[in-house]
Design a protein around this ligand. Structure first.
Ligand code: ZN
Ligand code: ZN
Length: 461
C-alpha cells in the first residue's frame, strides 16, 4: 500500500502505519508486523508459534520491533503476549526510542502501565532530541502516562541511583526539562503534576526555545493562561530574564497573547503563591491540599479579573464559572470561619483542632512574594493557639459540598437547625456542647478548650 504501486520490493515491503516499510522477513515477517499493527492477536500468536524467530523482526527504516508497533498502536493484548514471550521491554528502534516512549507519546496508558510493570527503564534517552519517556508524556500532554511514569520512577532503581527529584527535572539535548515542554505546549495538567512532583519552576533551558528560557517564558510564548496561572502560583518570577534579557511579559507581547501579557506585566498585582511549596504542601493530606489549591486558584482568578478589567482583555468565561461561591446565608452561624465571618470553616488545624476557612488558611500561609530565605524556616502557626501547624485536614461535615450546592443546601440548613436544637436541649448535659454554646457567637472553634481560646481570640481583637 501507500505508493508501492504494486511494485514488488525484495522480501515484500509493507507500510506499518507509521510511515515506514517493514524489513524483509519474508511473508511471515511482514504478516506479523501487520497483524500487530492491526491488533490481530490470533494471527500474531499463530505466526510466532510456528516461527519463533519472527519475534526479532523489525520494520525496515525505523527498525520498530513488534513491541514498538504494539505500544504505538495501543495493542495492549499483543503487547502483553510479546512481553510474555520474554521480549525485553527496552528494545531500541533506529532513534533509540523505547516502546515506552512511543506509548507515552501516543497516550496509550494501558501499554505504559504494562511496560512499566515489565520493568521498562524510564531513564533511556532517544537520539533525536535526547529525550526520555517523561519528556514524551509532557510534550504530548498525556497526564495519566506522565503520572504513571513518575509513580514508577519513585519506586524503581532510578530513584535510588539518580534520585527522584533529579529525574523530574531531567534535561533533554537542548536543556529542556519536562516542565519546559509542558509549558511551551500548553499542557497545564501535566504542568501541575510536574510542579507537584518537585519540578523546578525557575529552571532555565540551554538552547530550547529562546536560550535561557524559564517555563514562564515558554508559557508566555505558548499563550496558555492556565499554565501561567499555575506557574505564578508556584512562585515563578515575572522578572527573570532569558539569555537575551527578555522577561516573560515581552514574549507574551511579541506573540500577541494579550491576556497573558497583562498577568505577566510586572506592574500588575502579584498573585498569591504557595509559601514553600515542596515542604509545606507535602505535609497536607490530599483532600486539604486540593481544597487549598482550589482556594488559591480562585483567589488568583479574582485578581486576574481585576487586572484584566483594567486592560482590554477579558477572560473566556466558561473555564471560570466553577468558582466556589459559598452561600453563607444558608449556613448556620456556628459553621462560619471566625476570622473572616464570611466563609464556612473547611480546614482544621491538627493537633489543636481549630478550624477556619480555606481562604483564611491561605492568607495565613501564603505570601505575596516568596522569600526562600525565610519561608522554609518558619512554618505557619495556628491563629487561635499559636501552635505550629503540622497538619491541615478537611473539616468533616456532610453539609457542604461545593460541587453540588443546590442539592445539599436543604440538607445543610436542616442539619444545622437540628444540631442547634440538640445543642440547646443538651445545654446542661454534655460539657462539649456547653462549651460550644457559650462561644456560639464566635463560631465553631472545636478543639479541646474552645471556651478559653475563644476568650483569648477576643482579647487579641
Ligand atoms: Zn475565614
Ligand atoms: Zn490552634
Amino acid at each position: 500500500m501507500m505508493g508501492d504501486g504494486g511494485k514488488k520490493r525484495r522480501g515484500g515491503s509493507h507500510c506499518d502505519g507509521m510511515g515506514q516499510r517493514l524489513s524483509c522477513g519474508g511473508e511471515q515477517g511482514q504478516g506479523l508486523l501487520t497483524a500487530v499493527q492491526q491488533g490481530h492477536l490470533q494471527i500474531a500468536t499463530a505466526l510466532l508459534d510456528s516461527h519463533p524467530s519472527l519475534l526479532h523482526q523489525t520494520s525496515l527504516y525505523h527498525r520498530h520491533s513488534p513491541l514498538h508497533i504494539a505500544a504505538a498502536n495501543a495493542r495492549i493484548q499483543i503487547l502483553s503476549s510479546l512481553l510474555h514471550r520474554s521480549l525485553p521491554p527496552d528494545l531500541l528502534n533506529r532513534h533509540n526510542q523505547t516502546p515506552l516512549m512511543l506509548a507515552a507519546m501516543h497516550g496509550n496508558i494501558a501499554c505504559v502501565q504494562k511496560l512499566l510493570q515489565a520493568g521498562a527503564n524510564v531513564l533511556m534517552f532517544d537520539t533525536i532530541y535526547g529525550r526520555t519517556c517523561l519528556h514524551y508524556a509532557a510534550y504530548h500532554g498525556h497526564s495519566s502516562c506522565l503520572q504513571a511514569i513518575l509513580s514508577a520512577a519513585q519506586s524503581s532503581p532510578v530513584a535510588a541511583s539518580w534520585g527522584f527529584a533529579r529525574f523530574v527535572n531531567i534535561r533533554d539535548g537542548k536543556g529542556a526539562t519536562p516542565l519546559h515542554l509542558a509549558a511551551r505546549r500548553r499542557r497545564s495538567e501535566c504542568l501541575h503534576i510536574l510542579l507537584d512532583s518537585g519540578a523546578l519552576v525557575s529552571a532555565s533551558t540551554a538552547t530550547y526555545g529562546s536560550p535561557g528560557s524559564t517555563p514562564l517564558h515558554l508559557a508566555a510564548q505558548g499563550g496558555s493562561l492556565d499554565c501561567i496561572r499555575e506557574l505564578l502560583a508556584w512562585g515563578a518570577d515575572r522578572l527573570q530574564r532569558d539569555a537575551s534579557g527578555r522577561i516573560p511579559y515581552m514574549l507574551a507581547l511579541k506573540h500577541k497573547h494579550g491576556a497573558c501579557a497583562s498577568l505577566l506585566d510586572p506592574t500588575s498585582a502579584e498573585p498569591l503563591v504557595w509559601p514553600s511549596p515542596l515542604k509545606f504542601i507535602s505535609e497536607l493530606n490530599p483532600e486539604a491540599k486540593a481544597l487549598l489549591e482550589q482556594a488559591l486558584m480562585d483567589a488568583n482568578r479574582q485578581r486576574e479579573k481585576n487586572i484584566l478589567k483594567g486592560s482590554a482583555h477579558s477572560l473566556p468565561s466558561p473555564s471560570h464559572s466553577n468558582e466556589v461561591v459559598e452561600d453563607v446565608s444558608e449556613v448556620s452561624e456556628s459553621e462560619l470561619c471566625c476570622i473572616c465571618f464570611e466563609q464556612v470553616c473547611s480546614i482544621e488545624v491538627q493537633n489543636c483542632g481549630h478550624q477556619m476557612c480555606a481562604q483564611c488558611t491561605l492568607a495565613l500561609c501564603c505570601h505575596n512574594k516568596p522569600n526562600p530565605a525565610t519561608a522554609c524556616l518558619t512554618p505557619p502557626v495556628c491563629p487561635f493557639c499559636r501552635s505550629t501547624i503540622t497538619r491541615l485536614v478537611v473539616v468533616k461535615t456532610e453539609c457542604h459540598d461545593e460541587t453540588d450546592q443546590d442539592g445539599v443546601d436543604i440538607n445543610c440548613s436542616k442539619l444545622s437547625k437540628s444540631s442547634r436544637k440538640l445543642r440547646n436541649l443538651n445545654d446542661s448535659g454534655s460539657s462539649s456542647f456547653k462549651g460550644l454554646a457559650s462561644v456560639s457567637s464566635l463560631g465553631k472553634l472545636g478543639g479541646r478548650s474552645s471556651g478559653r481560646i475563644a476568650a483569648e481570640w477576643v482579647d487579641k481583637q
